[in-house]
Ligand binder design. Structure first.
Ligand code: ATP
Ligand code: MG
Length: 502
């Protein structure tokens, strides 16, 4: 990242947009680059409060450069090579005079060694400048930078020496945080228990979850259920279990590629979301849900893209991790058809997401679910985008029996009084969610009569339910026909699955 910035500066890119909320760290990085350049460059920083000030010098504003145009004009008149950082110019950048001055300035830089760096936590580029600017994300601190933070913290607090492993755990736990945040989190752990050791990793982690929650687009999901809480779907489970150690060093040494992601298509209520969530425990990786609804932000041009980039960047910095996108069909619906209802934002977002998936090297496993396949842009289904596309169908009789068993076991210690086979037979066409609902309905019925619920209560509840597969028979049949040809069945065997009819 620093290299990239270095190259852009040396290659005389006149206008660089650096997206970051870590001003101090970014300024330091730029100043380091400026010092090793030949000839050395001076670094100036503009803010709306102080105008232009030389980096590291006392704040005086001799140049009268508080207004953006005056500042840009001053930059243009400088003869010496220099790097000119504009902090938070984004609220002004859409003004005609600012945009124009910037364009004039860039044009005048030809053959000089001057660059303007726009530094701001959000990306906002007016159309007039789109062709002139390179946008660069300032990466969050990596392990070695965090190591410096940790070492400094330990030195200051005369902390005890850490084993290499403990140190690595503490560093990993802080990945994805800014430098300031990492410092705060270590301090908090220290204050809470009076020390900072391996034992405090959980404190650091839970702080990180808080911070990620605050970012609002990614959500840290904690799931208590294990994969055994999912009934049936044996093929899918087997696939997942086989890849339990896919993100280890050992798998890389063995020559295995990193899994990219999977798409789970299927009938509503059959366990798609459940299996995605339990995979996190199975693999021992954090589960981050990307809420596409929150990515979209019509308040400002470019805001949605910036949101998505931020979220993906955070996910990468925490990797290895699972990025969970539930109901992908809804997220990208706008880009499938005519798509221009929102000025092309959703197709741009979709494009950036696909590009990211294509190019990502970091171990972020994308786990997506969808049920309205016809609304899904075809690009998602192309071979190679995901490692595998599974279809989760309505459960077979064996699977239904399994699901009854799981949900009964969750609620009662002793379940031998229930005839699972009969229940499975009576619940033909039911989804897992509907089975669970019928069970709960039966329990309510018996509870209201102040008695224990029985097989008959469940049967009565099943009879009183009209499953979705019947009320929406056409849609479900269409989905099954479609998916059978394109996706791999998640259930035990294809034969079993084809036997089913309703
Ligand atoms: N195969 C299953 N085994 C056990 N429980 C199940 C199964 N399928 C569904 N359930 C129950 O139904 C609930 C809802 O299922 P889930 O949210 O995973 O369905 P989904 O396939 O994601 O549906 P949708 O398409 O509507 O999002 C689960 O939390 C679980 O309690
Ligand atoms: Mg779901």
């Amino acid at each position: 990242m620093k290299e990239e910035l270095n190259i852009l500066i040396q290659a005389q890119y006149p206008l660089i947009y650096l997206v970051t909320s870590e001003e101090e760290r970014a300024e330091q990085a730029i100043s380091t680059i400026a010092q090793v350049l030949r000839p050395q460059r001076r670094v100036y920083v503009w803010t709306v409060t102080h105008g232009i000030v030389e980096y590291g010098q006392p704040r005086a504003n001799p140049h009268n450069t508080v207004s953006p145009e005056a500042a840009i004009d001053w930059v243009m008149r400088q003869k010496e090579p220099g790097i000119f950082i504009f902090k938070d110019l984004h609220p002004f950048i859409d003004a005609a005079a600012t945009t124009r001055s910037l364009r004039d300035a860039i044009a005048s830089f030809k053959g000089t060694q001057k660059n303007i760096i726009l530094m701001s936590p959000m990306q906002q580029v007016p159309i007039e400048l789109e062709k002139e600017v390179v946008v660069l994300d300032f990466q969050l601190p990596d392990m070695s930078e965090l190591n410096k933070v940790l070492t400094q913290h330990l030195d200051q607090n005369r902390g005890r020496r850490l084993t290499t492993e403990a140190r690595e755990k503490l560093l990993r736990a802080a990945l994805g945080l800014t430098k300031d945040e990492a410092e705060k989190v270590y301090r908090k752990a220290q204050v809470t228990t009076g020390r900072l050791t391996e034992e405090e990793v959980d404190i650091v982690l839970s702080e990180k979850k808080q911070l990620i929650r605050r970012n609002g687009i990614l959500e840290y999901i904690e799931e208590d259920e294990t994969i055994d809480a999912v009934g049936g779907l044996e093929e899918l489970k087997k696939w997942l279990k086989q890849r339990s150690n896919a993100f280890t060093e050992r798998a890389r040494e063995y020559g295995l590629p990193q899994p990219k992601g999977m798409l789970i298509l299927g009938v509503p209520g059959c366990g798609k979301s459940l299996i995605a969530k339990t995979t996190s425990r199975l693999w021992g990786l954090p589960l981050l849900r990307l809420d596409m609804g929150r990515v979209y932000d019509g308040s400002m041009v470019g805001r949605s893209e910036a949101n998505l980039r931020n979220a993906l960047k955070t996910a990468e910095s925490i990797s290895p991790a699972i990025l969970f996108i539930d109901e992908l069909d809804k997220s990208f619906a706008g880009s499938a058809g005519s798509g221009d209802s929102d000025g092309g934002t959703s197709s741009r977002i979709f494009g950036s997401f696909l590009t990211w998936m294509q190019e990502k090297k970091s171990p972020v496993f994308v786990m997506a679910t969808a049920n309205r396949v016809e609304r899904l842009p075809g690009e998602f289904l192309r071979k190679g985008r995901f490692d595998e596309i599974f279809f989760v169908d309505l459960p077979t009789p064996e699977e239904r029996s399994d699901i009854f068993k799981i949900h009964l076991n969750k609620r009662r210690e002793e379940i031998s009084r229930f005839d699972l086979e009969q229940l499975a037979k009576m619940s033909d066409g039911f989804s897992g969610a509907e089975i669970e609902q019928a069970l709960v309905a039966a329990m309510y019925e018996a509870f209201a009569q102040d008695r224990e619920f029985t097989q008959l209560d469940i049967i009565a509840a099943l009879k009183a339910t009209l499953p979705l597969s019947r009320t929406m028979q056409e849609q479900v049949t269409a989905l099954r026909d479609w998916a059978r040809q394109r996706a791999r069945p998640a259930a035990a065997s294809v034969a079993e699955y084809q036997r089913m009819e309703f």
